[in-house]
Design a protein around this ligand. Structure first.
Ligand code: T1G
Length: 689
């Protein structure tokens, strides 16, 4: 392994150059390298000043997050920062890229900072449930004052180099000649300005404390924000070293919280999920035009996503009236965006100029990706793919939005087996940015990488599943529905279950989510894939669909959605059907606590996730987590159900599932992988490599 830190000497200036791609994270090896180079430079009488810089795309973007939770290795970053600050020769940091977290803390410990004009600087530790633990809570207030310091730490949002200069975080800006500018500056610098000694932002104690009090009053219940304010308060009230001790203790407390573990798990789960195996050898084809077949809710939403990403769209809908309706819906979306100030009139008009609405199926022939967004109607999708196989240009990616479609059948009818994938989005709610890409056997890697690139262009998190048939999201939703339905059968109600899951932190409860995504798809799937006879099967969703209660788009599902109303109310007719179902099965109802309902659903996801990983539909447990967080609104700070399960042991999880199985054998088909991991005393995290 190439040494991650190099020391160069020139004209009395030592350059400590960090090289640890991709983001120069301050791993143990990098910290050791900096320590060694610093020691050599300080002991070399020919060296008058020191520059710390980094090669590659950025100055260190933080401590190495993958090292947290592992046995600690010297030198620790706070001590290294203290040594840099304590150097008896001027130390200047040359900043570029995204200087974040521990990387910015290292820079703040230098005596001066010069940044490339495009640099972004931030303290995003709060996004990991942490706080700047290498002196940042003590140095930032001394450099930029209590307001900017707290803004940076409590929001985690980066600031521009120009803002940083105005605030006093950097001393100067440079262009692409940054390295030379800093070396020249170092050659003429003799003064040593230690951040710990700066007092100008600490002189008005009353004003400082007023800001501390004001910020503290606005905090929620999470630990890290309170600890950040405590540390910044200590920067005023205590000597520097004492303040650093307060910070050290506070950092350890944050690191130990399940929330931080969950957020750090999510950070890597999202990046792991997006690294499809095909990226290593498939190339991305040009994506210049998108074809969409079907102008229902899914097709309209997909068209808007594409237009917002600047992609020209040809959308085919049946009949002039249908085309007119689609234009009204898309036009209304942009009208609303303009009136809400989210875009200008010109932007709205420009988006619509990239939209070609037509009834002509043949207009899809030029599209690079064609997305079928048709309703779940027997035979409709097959006919569409038969037509696409005859119409689409060679090597056009043919995608269905369906989570239930049998992709191998679509490969067959289209005669384009190497180009067929699924592209499934989730309810249009904040944070639900997953796009599940279903990849059947025999697909060209270039088709997969092109679909992956398309998802990223839409700002989605691509998550791969080996469609079998049906996607991971569909199986997880069906599993949650089955588990929740058994609670309904025994006495719970949809609104109680939904409320329990929302109080757990889910964006939506399962029945709200089903109403939002529509009940028809699942119903059509169940009709075409009859389940094993099960005396405890609740036919409620099927009967609702027979009555046309398909969910939100039909105005009625588990809830009734009154026109123009912002909130929905439970569908009393559905509750009648539920009561009939219970009577027909001779059920004596019982009550459930929120915790019982929540555990039943989460354990279902853990068991189903284990089944999906075990049979290869999901690539790894953390993909199941990423899908539930970014597709279903599972609280990101918990990491996902598989991560939650790893807070105990698979042995204990198996025991709890076995107890549920004993009480309701047809409701629990224990995943073999869960048994294997429990027997091996392994956890799901062991499979996330
Ligand atoms: N540690 C380890 N790996 C990291 C990393 C980090 N800090 N940041 C990124 N990576 C990996 C990432 O997993 C991926 O790996 C690759 O780099 C590219 O990342 C003591 C406690 C810098 C804006 O929170 O915000 O310092 O998938 O896909 O879109 O006070 O990465 O290629 O194997 O995101 O160009 C504080 C987190 C840490 C910054 C680049 N720092 N990183 O975005 O690439 S805690 C952060 C980011 C800390 C101190 C505290 C982004 C980025 P792989 P990427 P990108």
């Amino acid at each position: 392994m190439k040494h991650p830190v190099r020391l160069e000497r020139q004209n009395g200036v030592a350059l400590i150059a960090i090289e640890n791609p991709p983001v120069n994270a301050l791993s143990t090896a990098v910290r050791r390298g900096i320590l060694g180079a610093l020691g050599a430079a300080l002991s070399d009488d020919a060296i008058k000043a020191i520059v710390i810089a980094a090669n590659g795309k950025t100055f260190p973007a933080g401590a190495d997050i993958s090292e947290f939770g592992q046995p600690f290795a010297e030198p620790d970053l706070p001590e290294l920062c203290d040594l840099i600050e304590g150097a008896d020769k001027p130390v200047i940091a040359a900043l570029h890229g995204t200087v974040l977290g521990g990387g910015l803390e290292l820079a703040m410990a230098a005596h001066y900072r010069i940044a490339h004009e495009d640099t972004k600087l931030g303290l995003p530790e709060i996004k990991l449930g942490l706080l700047p633990g290498a002196g940042g809570t003590q140095r930032a207030p001394r450099l930029v004052g209590v307001d900017v310091a707290l803004d940076m730490m409590l929001t985690g949002a980066p600031i521009t180099a120009a803002h940083a200069q105005r605030a006093g975080l950097v001393d100067g800006l440079a262009g692409d000649d940054l390295r030379d500018v800093v070396k020249a500056l170092a050659a003429e610098t003799t003064d040593i300005r230690r951040t710990r000694d700066l007092r100008r932002h600490l002189t008005d104690g009353a004003a400082y404390m007023a800001r501390i009090t004001q910020r503290r009053a606005a905090l929620g219940k999470d630990v890290a924000p309170h600890k950040i304010v405590d540390c910044v308060e200590a920067a005023l009230l205590l000597p520097f070293d004492a303040g650093r001790q307060v910070e050290r203790t506070a950092f350890a407390e944050c690191l130990a919280t399940p929330r931080s573990a969950g957020l750090r798990h999510s950070f890597f789960a999202e990046r792991r999920a997006a690294k499809f195996a095909e990226l290593a050898h498939g190339h991305v084809r040009p994506i210049e035009g998108i074809g969409i077949l079907g102008g229902g809710a899914l097709g309209v939403r997909m068209a808007i996503n594409c237009l917002d990403a600047g992609l020209p769209v040809t959308l085919v809908e049946q009949g002039e009236a249908g085309v007119g309706l689609v234009l009204d819906r898309i036009g209304a979306h942009y009208q609303q965006a303009v009136s809400a100030g989210r875009m200008s009139e010109g932007q709205g008009a420009a988006a619509l100029t990239h939209l070609n609405l037509t009834t002509d199926f043949g207009s899809l022939r030029s599209a690079d990706i064609i997305i079928e967004a048709l309703p779940e109607q027997a035979g409709l999708r097959q006919a569409a793919f038969d037509g696409l196989g005859k119409t689409a240009k060679p090597r056009a990616v043919l995608a269905t939005t369906s989570a239930y479609a049998d992709l191998s059948e679509l490969q067959r009818v289209s005669t384009r087996a190497s180009e067929v994938v699924a592209l499934h989005s989730f309810p249009a709610l904040p944070g639900l940015d997953a796009m599940e890409i279903g990849v059947p056997a025999g697909v060209d890697p270039a088709a997969v990488t092109t679909a992956h690139a398309f998802a990223k262009m839409l700002g989605k998190l691509p998550i791969r599943s080996a469609a079998h048939p049906g996607l991971v999201g569909a199986y997880l939703m069906e599993a949650a529905r089955r588990a929740a339905d058994r609670l309904l059968l025994d006495g719970a109600t949809p609104d109680r279950i939904d409320a329990a899951m929302r109080s757990f932190g889910m964006a939506l409860g399962p029945y709200q989510a089903m109403d939002l995504m529509g009940l028809r798809q699942g119903w059509m799937h169940r009709k075409s894939h009859p389940h094993e006879p099960d005396p405890r099967y609740l036919a409620l969703a099927d009967r609702m669909c027979e009555a046309g209660w398909f969910g939100r788009e039909a105005g009625r599902g588990y809830y009734v959605y009154a026109e123009g109303e912002t909130h929905s109310v439970p569908n009393s007719d559905m509750l009648q059907l539920l009561a009939e179902e219970r009577r027909s099965k001779g059920i004596t109802t019982r009550s459930f606590t929120d915790r019982q309902m929540r555990d039943q659903i989460i354990l279902t996801w853990v068991n189903e996730g284990a089944r999906l990983v075990g049979n290869g539909i999901a690539t790894r447990p953390s993909d199941v987590d990423a899908l539930l967080v970014h597709g279903f609104g599972y609280p990101r700070g918990r990491g996902g159900p598989m991560q939650d399960a790893d807070q105990t042991t698979t042995f204990q999880i198996l025991r709890r599932v076995e107890i549920l199985h004993e009480a309701d054998p047809t409701g629990w088909d224990i995943a073999p992988l869960l048994r294997e991991l429990a027997a091996e005393r392994q956890n799901f995290g062991d499979l996330n490599g």
